[in-house]
Write a protein that binds this ligand. Structure first.
Ligand code: TYD
Ligand code: MG
Length: 452
């Protein structure tokens, strides 16, 4: 039988190439392509006859999966209401962001809730994990621990123990002796993830895989792993900030885009039940350049402060620095302000930031961004009791956004009394807020800053 041709895979984007190249055509990354050992073909290939698989109908009654609620509410929320048996979960994040801490705490919570738990560390020695557990006050939790990287041994152990939850920290350290490439390579990671996911499905064990993320923000090498698992969670946060956000980007058992908010403390990760209060905590008096955005993260409303600084530029091309928001979105909003409202930002450096290290991806933040930019440019503070939300279209019109009532309710809860929103926002009772509805950006500029 002819030997299968070798395949070359990009570790950054997972694209498959026929030959090695210094640069990946698909994503443009340099030195990211590695050779993969092809899988051996089956004994008779696809011509051998298989058996007929059993077929069923869609109507057959299916009970919702019995979930284990760990009691760590932010973790349960992101999973869609608790841990589903036989599910495979990937938790990605930068090295040092707190993945091991989170999962040790989660494993302890799940174990205390009555599910047998096994924590396999491929990165730290058992003594190190034990020391951390003691520091976190988890030493008495019935979690069993192994420090091992040989996947064959781990799978044999899992098969014998049949735990309810197995945490593998991390997938990049696992290796299979049947795969020729080095630990951490795409082939190893893919094979290890495949074996662990099929173990989960076969034996009903929930498996959590930890994956390190590369600088480009993808789970190192194994983007492929994302397709194999049921749930992909990212653990993110800014270095220098204590807030950590666990974000579901894919979830077969719950809503995607759900977030859990934590704070890294000396005693591990503390859950933050009311993130709005936290992200707005240091607002004592109104300052120019700040606007409070009433946003929605997943299923929950969340207020964040958008901050802008506008200063004369000494550069030919003024600077546009953005943290926590999409840079392309800033360019669009600046262009709309210039073209539709006649407010130029050329010759001005613009710095834009979401307070507290939060990241905002909603288009509904447009109006708050515009408000912060205008407030910074005109050096006029927005009223301290006002929240802002709405999408800006290229024509300068304000488009209504979803979940208006939830946004207003959260703002009311945090002591705000006024809101600026797009016209036709489908307001109900207004939730005790005075809402100013505006149809376009020019009207907003006129209202807030006296016609710019
Ligand atoms: P860790 O969970 O080891 O990160 P990862 O597994 O993602 O690489 O967390 C490492 C960081 O967390 C480390 O810089 C110290 C900090 N930390 C605390 O601040 N408090 C704690 O209680 C613990 C356990 C860690
Ligand atoms: Mg770790």
């Amino acid at each position: 039988m002819a030997r299968a041709a070798p395949a070359f895979t990009c570790t950054a984007c997972g694209a498959v190439h026929r030959k090695w190249a210094g640069r990946c055509d698909a994503c443009g990354a340099w030195n990211s392509i590695v050779e993969e050992t092809p899988l051996a073909a089956g004994p008779k290939g696809v011509t051998a006859r298989g058996r007929t698989v059993a077929l069923s109908t869609l109507a057959e009654a299916e009970a919702p999966p019995p979930r284990t609620v760990s009691g760590m509410a932010e973790f349960d929320r992101v999973l869609g209401g608790g841990l589903v048996p036989a599910s495979a979960i990937l938790v990605g994040g930068d090295p040092g962001i707190g993945k091991s801490t989170l999962l040790l705490q989660a494993a302890a919570a799940v174990a205390r809730a009555g599910l047998s738990c096994l924590y396999v560390s491929g990165e730290e020695a058992a003594a190190q994990v034990r020391m951390r557990a003691q520091r976190l006050g988890l030493a008495d939790a019935p979690v069993r621990l192994a420090a091992e990287t040989s996947l064959r041994d781990i799978l044999t152990t899992l098969d014998a123990e049949r735990p309810g939850l197995a945490v593998i920290d991390s997938i990049q350290t696992m290796w299979l002796d049947s795969v020729e490439s080095a630990p951490g390579s795409v082939a190893q990671v893919r094979a290890a993830a495949h074996d662990l996911v099929s173990f989960a499905k076969r034996r009903g064990t929930a498996v959590i895989l930890v994956g390190h993320v590369t600088k480009e923000g993808q789970i190192a090498g194994p983007r492929v792993v994302e397709h194999m698992v049921d749930t992909v969670l990212y653990f993110e946060g800014e270095r220098g900030h204590a807030f950590r956000i666990l974000r579901a980007v894919k979830n077969r058992f719950g809503p995607a885009d759900e977030i859990g908010v934590f704070e890294m403390t000396g005693a591990g990760l503390a859950e933050v039940a009311n993130p709005s209060a936290l992200f707005l905590s240091d607002r004592d008096r109104p300052s120019p350049g700040a606007a409070v955005f009433a946003g929605i993260e997943g299923t929950r409303p969340m207020l964040t402060e958008i901050q802008a600084l506008v200063a004369p530029s000494s550069l030919g091309t003024p600077r546009r620095a953005v943290v926590g928001l999409d840079a392309a979105r800033l360019s669009t909003i600046l262009a709309v302000l210039e073209a539709r409202c006649g407010i130029p930002f050329s010759g001005l450096d613009v710095f834009l930031n979401v307070a507290g290290g939060m990241r905002v991806a909603e288009p509904a933040a447009d109006l708050a961004v515009a408000a912060a930019l205008l407030s910074a440019r005109e050096d006029i503070a927005l009223p301290a009791d006002t929240v802002v939300f709405g999408e800006i279209s290229l024509s300068g019109a304000l488009r209504p956004v979803g979940q208006t009532e939830n946004r207003l309710k959260e703002a009311r809860k945090l002591g705000f009394t006024r809101a600026i929103a797009p016209a036709r926002s489908k307001l109900g009772a207004g939730e005790g807020m005075r809402v100013r509805e505006l149809s376009d950006l020019t009207a907003f500029v006129g209202e807030m800053f006296g016609a710019g």
